[in-house]
Design a protein around this ligand. Structure first.
Ligand SMILES: Nc1nc2c(ncn2[C@@H]2O[C@H](COP(=O)(O)OP(=O)(O)OP(=O)(O)O)[C@@H](O)[C@H]2O)c(=O)[nH]1
Ligand SMILES: [Mg+2]
Length: 584
């Protein structure tokens, strides 16, 4: 199937032509038929001589309904421009063409209608000249009469040729179905329609809906009036949503492949063509079927920042249109350069940003994004529309290679500095490093640690950092030499001072596993615990504190905290009468 939107001035015969081609009524509303004027979008389809199907989105021509027109053409890549032979080029011919141009529509046809009323020559020449100046370029023209049917076979053939030119849809792309209608069907619930420009939809799919916490589920699918299990782009589709109240969504909302779009209310864009210097400060942004008021902040000669009144699922490279609703004037097209731009806080930030934007062209560029963002999760980039084909540095984090190298160097420096300032600590805590390097995730610190650095017990240090500083190691040696044969005798406080073992040194030795601390200034060699259990197990059970003290050949100063430590570790158990047993 291919989808074409009509375009053209009011009363030039768009709906009549669609009716004549399809036999279907594009003007759905009684009011439209009463007034003989299209107000809202109409939908109709027919089979072409090739056997292919063309679906039309028929738009209103009246200037009051240009927003409806834009919702119709927004998601559609081809246009059927209609000009009446008897009236020729008119204001909304121009405005609609400006809209197509702004959106970058590149495929189209000109139908000069009401050719039974006047010579189609002059209108054709003027229209072709106007169209040639736009993104559509030179287009084929067909003179027709919706009334007599003259020219319709030629128009069908031209539509077939147009269909053959259109690029193949990107079937593996994520779905972004801009809703152009939503209604309720009795017994089925909410139904939305739209033009599926890329990807596939299947019954049972879960889709994301901006502002909804829960995904919505596709309960049923229709295309061309028939229920189908699946629809592939390009197609007009009607989607029945399970359990989604009708008032939850309407025109301008989008159903999305989950996790593939970033909802943004701040974008930096390039203005297409020759941007007017005096762009109004507030405009309406039209993209897909959405129309959102925006505040415009000029940055560079052809780049601006747009603050959207509500977030939209936009991707880098999206085309959109700015319109001044007050002046009925299409201000121009924009191409989205950045959907997650940095805040412009400090002075000079806007000028610096303009320079960055000058380098961007809206084509997603992984290396460039990494250079600018330095560190970002793969999912974040994918949601901006940037394909990710690089290995993460850790978890799902991607890094700019130069930045990553700098971080590695910085980490080494920080660890060395920490070692100098805290010689007794076995390395720098991972979390302190994470903060120093301003990294958003611990896994990044861990990934930056390379030999000879290593992580041990939550700290980053040289692989040998676990060994004690030399004076402490020597002091521990002397404790071992002096107390090795009476392992439950702890050095007295003044002996510790003599040995150079103050609280910091003891702390370092304990962390390194070289000493066991029972209480302040009460330390044993680390194997004392197992030895104590062995000795105590040899006593008649249960045993008293005093029996334990004697068996261990030690003092209360050691025996009390030692037994308490053994209790805590479950090696001994204290009974109600304060006697203990060894737990076997
Ligand atoms: N004689 C003649 N009249 C036509 C032809 N096409 C349309 N008309 C008449 O022109 C009037 C407007 O036609 P529509 O098809 O409603 O025009 P439209 O472009 O859809 O108008 P809007 O949707 O309001 O923008 C109607 O009275 C049609 O009958 C044609 O080819 N020949
Ligand atoms: Mg109409």
């Amino acid at each position: 199937m291919f989808v074409v939107a009509t375009a053209g001035h009011v009363d030039h015969g768009k709906s009549t032509l669609v009716r004549a081609l399809t036999g279907m009524e594009p003007d759905r509303w009684a009011e439209e038929r009463r007034r003989g004027m299209t107000i809202d979008l109409g939908f109709a389809w027919t089979t072409l001589p090739s056997g292919g199907t063309v679906a039309f989105v028929d738009v209103p021509g009246h200037e009051r309904f240009v927003p409806n027109m834009l919702a119709g053409v927004g998601p559609v890549p081809a246009a059927l421009i209609v000009v009446a032979a008897d009236e020729g080029w008119m204001p909304q011919s121009a405005e609609h063409l400006a809209a197509l141009d702004a959106l970058g529509v590149a495929y189209g046809l000109l139908a000069v209608t009401r050719a039974d009323l006047a010579d189609p020559g002059p209108a054709t020449a003027r229209a072709r000249a106007e169209i040639a100046e736009t993104s559509l370029g030179a287009v084929p023209a067909v003179a027709v009469s919706g009334l007599t049917g003259a020219g319709l076979p030629q128009l069908r053939a031209a539509l077939d040729r147009l269909a053959a030119q259109l690029p193949a849809p990107a079937l593996d792309d994520p779905v972004r179905l801009w809703v152009d209608r939503s209604f309720t069907v009795r017994g089925s619930g909410t139904v939305v329609t739209g033009t599926l420009g890329a990807g596939r939809l299947r019954v049972g799919d879960e889709l994301e809906l901006a502002g909804a916490d829960e995904p919505v589920r596709v309960r049923g699918l229709h295309s061309l009036g028939e229920a189908r299990p699946e629809a592939a782009a390009v197609a007009r589709v009607a989607v029945n949503l399970r359990g989604t109240p009708r008032d939850r969504l309407g025109r301008g909302d989008a159903l999305l492949t989950p996790g593939r779009f970033h909802h943004t209310d701040l974008v930096d864009v390039r203005l297409a063509g020759d941007p007017a210097a005096d762009l109004p400060a507030t405009l309406t942004l039209h993209v897909g079927s959405a129309a959102v008021p925006v505040r415009v902040r000029p940055l560079g000669p052809d780049t601006v920042r747009l603050r959207l009144a509500r977030p939209l699922p936009l991707l880098v490279g999206d085309r959109a249109l700015l319109r001044d609703p007050g002046r009925h004037h299409v201000s121009g097209g924009v191409r989205v350069l950045d959907v997650a731009p940095p805040p412009l806080g400090r002075r000079g930030a806007a000028a610096a940003r303009a320079q960055v934007l000058a380098e961007l062209d809206g084509r997603p560029d992984l290396a460039g994004e990494l250079r600018r963002r330095r560190l970002i999760r793969a999912g974040g980039l994918i949601r901006m529309g940037v394909p990710v084909h690089a290995e993460p540095v850790a978890g799902d984090w991607l890094a700019d290679p130069a930045h990553w190298r700098r971080l590695g160097e910085q980490l080494t420096e920080e660890v060395a500095r920490h070692a100098r300032e805290h010689p007794l600590e076995p390395g720098m805590p991972v979390d302190a490093l994470r903060q120093r390097l301003a990294l958003p995730d611990r896994v990044l610190v861990e990934a930056l640690v390379r030999p000879p650095l290593r992580i041990h017990a939550g700290r980053v240090g040289a692989a040998s950092a676990n060994a004690l500083p030399e004076p402490v190691a020597l002091a521990v040696q002397r404790v071992r030499a002096e107390y090795g044969d009476r392992p439950f005798r702890a050095p007295e406080a003044d002996r510790l001072v003599d040995l150079g073992l103050g609280p910091r040194e003891i702390g370092a030795a304990v962390r390194a596993g070289a000493l066991l601390r029972l209480a302040d200034n009460v330390v044993l060699l680390p194997d004392a615990l197992d030895d104590a259990v062995r000795v105590l197990a040899g006593l008649p059970q249960p045993f008293t504190l005093s029996a334990a003290r004697q068996a261990l050949d030690t003092t209360r100063r050691v025996a009390v905290p030692l037994l308490e430590l053994l209790d805590r570790r479950g090696a001994t158990r204290r009974l109600p009468d304060d006697a203990r047993i060894v737990v076997t």
